[in-house]
Design a protein around this ligand. Structure first.
Ligand code: ACM
Ligand code: ZN
Length: 506
């Protein structure tokens, strides 16, 4: 039975594929888990009909009067089942006898956290991994480098953290106002930090035990001012010999840039065992490349007529480097415009059009459009919210996002899934980050896991989200206050620049 009234009662996010109540209160005392060949033939037949990624995570739960039986093909499936049971327990409702059959809609169900603009640290990340596990999210994308701070220890280049992990300016705005100064750790007023390789290994291991993969992001060639400030000898240089050590972009004309990036990626691959490594690729300005003698020489040698081709050169070279080492590059949707290897995964952020084009070109795609999945954007009216970015992106708005909109059935198989992105220029503390994440991450979790065959009713979802938010509060998360949410946000409205009210396409 797929009644959403029952889901209110069940209070699970993401909603399971199939749920049927089979009796009243269960006085449970034991949980049995049957995985692999010990699962029933019926379960194995059901799972065999699913795509491979879903088979791994599929599970069933049979809550009887006195015992609970979990079935799954893998430990991962059994873990997802345990999270469902845990959520039922945490809801504080009596557990009724029921049968649940469940598996994910998408393979990639992610969250990105920007650790460069504000550094939140290991405990914060592990706490969010716990929340992700409960919500059946399975990819944590860590944005580890950007102009505002380099946050990963690189043993072959200790200068990156020595010179660019600390800054004068607790918030991004203060740092900007101060003129973007970096400093050493022992400087008075130093703000910042970085992950040691041991910290990151611990995070990877902690996440893996919860069947969550970690994708590290090393930005290139844009968003890289901290590298140019640390290694000025690599920055673009004009014909008068002036180094652009405040430049936003790395210099793709300088071989030293590639040596540095390869050294960094070697260590990154050693820490992060997963298939995917994110190499950024967004918002390169390319201005200094026009004047740089090394960039001009590279253009001439490659027969290029446009600096955009230099971005393609750098991204392809690094994507190929990863490929040679058995890994796959992920990049923001700009990388599609300048040519990338076919195996590169495209992450759509400038709306969904980049993702649609990438899927049509046969690339695997992660959907995280700023129109719906940017959690640094306001979640309620500007006048009642802390300073944020962008347009009103309320819970309702996020919930009504359709990642397959405008994508043909044939191309839909290229969509790996979706992801929330929490950029932190205006999110200075861990508490503020949680405030921006919850409850909106619940909506991403449900869209990414639950099938569209379930009737998606935002009013009903809101009731479940509200109940789960209470649970999150008792677990110690700082959340947005749904009780004070404006009707405008509850209804998922937005106003265009000319004042016209728009609704999400649903
Ligand atoms: C991005 O938001 N610049 C990927
Ligand atoms: Zn250059």
């Amino acid at each position: 039975m797929k009644s959403f009234l029952l889901f209110i009662f069940l209070q699970i996010i993401p909603a399971p594929v199939e749920f049927a109540e089979t009796g009243k209160d269960c006085q449970v005392h034991s949980v049995r888990v049957a995985t692999g060949r010990r699962a029933s033939r019926g379960f194995r037949t059901m799972a065999a009909s699913l795509p491979a990624f879903a088979q791994k995570e599929a599970y069933s739960i049979d809550v009887g009067k006195k015992r609970i039986r979990i079935e799954a093909l893998t430990e991962e499936g059994a873990f997802r089942a345990q999270q469902t049971l845990r959520m039922m327990e945490l809801s504080g409702q009596p557990i009724h006898c029921c049968k649940i059959t469940d598996y994910p809609r998408f393979e990639h169900r992610g969250l990105m956290i920007d650790e460069s603009r504000s550094f939140k640290g290991k405990e914060f990340i592990m706490k969010q991994i716990d929340a992700m596990a409960l919500l059946k999210l399975n990819v944590l994308h860590l944005h580890l480098t950007d102009a505002a701070g380099w946050r990963i220890e690189i043993k072959s280049h200790p200068e990156l953290t020595q010179k660019a992990a600390w800054r004068i300016g607790r918030t991004y705005a203060e740092w900007e106002k101060n003129g973007y100064p970096f400093c050493t750790e022992d400087a008075p007023q130093a703000y910042g930090g970085y992950y040691t390789q041991d910290d990151l290994r611990e995070i990877v291991e902690y996440a893996a035990r919860r069947f969550i993969k970690v994708i590290p992001e090393i930005e290139m060639p844009g968003h890289s001012m901290e590298v140019n400030r640390t290694c000025p000898e690599l920055a673009c240089i004009d014909s008068t010999g002036r180094r652009r050590n405040w430049a936003w972009d790395l210099c793709p004309g300088n071989e030293g840039t590639f040596r540095l990036l390869e050294d960094v990626l070697d260590e990154v691959m050693d820490i992060f065992p997963g298939k995917y490594i994110h190499i950024g690729g967004d918002e390169a300005v390319m201005k200094d490349w026009r004047e740089c003698v090394n960039c001009k020489a590279r253009m001439e040698a490659e027969g290029y007529s446009d600096v955009h081709q230099l971005q393609g050169y750098l991204v392809r070279r690094m994507a190929n480097y990863l490929q040679e080492h058995g890994r796959t590059a992920v990049g923001w949707d700009e990388i599609l415009e300048t040519g990338v290897p076919q195996d590169a995964v495209i992450q759509s952020w400038r709306g969904s059009s980049g993702g649609r084009k990438a899927a049509a070109a046969g690339h695997k795609v992660i959907m995280s459009p700023n129109t719906h999945c940017y959690f640094d954007y306001y979640q309620d009216l500007i006048r009642k919210e802390p300073l944020a970015t962008g347009e009103l992106t309320s819970l309702h708005w996020v919930y009504t996002y359709n990642p397959l909109e405008g994508i043909s059935e044939e191309d839909a198989s290229c969509i790996l899934g979706l992801q929330a992105n929490l950029w932190c220029e205006k999110v200075p503390t861990p508490e503020h980050a949680e405030y921006m994440l919850y409850p909106r991450l619940f909506a991403i979790a449900e869209t990414a896991w639950s099938p569209t065959s379930l009737q998606r009713d935002p009013v009903e979802f809101r009731a479940r989200a509200r109940a789960l938010l209470e649970v999150f509060r008792t677990l110690g998360y700082n959340t947005f206050d749904m009780d004070s949410e404006s009707d405008f946000a509850i209804e998922g409205k937005r106003r265009t620049r000319t004042g016209e009210i728009i609704y999400p396409a649903f």
